[in-house]
Write a protein that binds this ligand. Structure first.
Ligand SMILES: [Zn+2]
Length: 111
């Protein structure tokens, strides 16, 4: 259950940053490759937020497109279906540049 852990981290981050303030909206950077199910994250979020100042906080995901850089030819490409396989030279070695994000990007509170 990776969603539970990941959502707990997000939740704790928001609580740390907002204290007792009522939170309206939380925007999360959500990488295409992070392999979390947004629906499961929302479910966990609702469960964690019950009877806290985060109860009404809406979760918003900003999808981040994946980009990899080939370690053989150094060209950048978009991994299709999360597969690391260079379309230029066929190499499987690559560095993930973006797409694994899962973190709080913006918080809106009632003030
Ligand atoms: Zn390549």
């Amino acid at each position: 259950m990776r969603e539970l852990q990941a959502t707990q981290v997000i939740f704790d981050t928001v609580v740390r940053q907002t204290g007792a303030a009522r939170v309206r909206q939380v925007r999360i950077a959500f990488g295409e490759l992070c392999e979390l199910d947004p629906k499961a994250v929302r479910r966990q979020w609702a469960a964690l937020g019950k009877a806290t100042p985060l109860e009404r906080a809406q979760l918003q995901f900003r999808l981040i497109r994946a980009e990899a850089q080939c370690m053989a030819c150094f060209k950048k490409y978009h991994p299709v279906n999360g597969e690391i396989h260079c379309p230029h030279c066929g190499s499987f070695g690559a560095k993930i540049l973006t797409g694994e994000e899962f973190h709080v990007e913006h918080i809106e509170t009632d003030e």
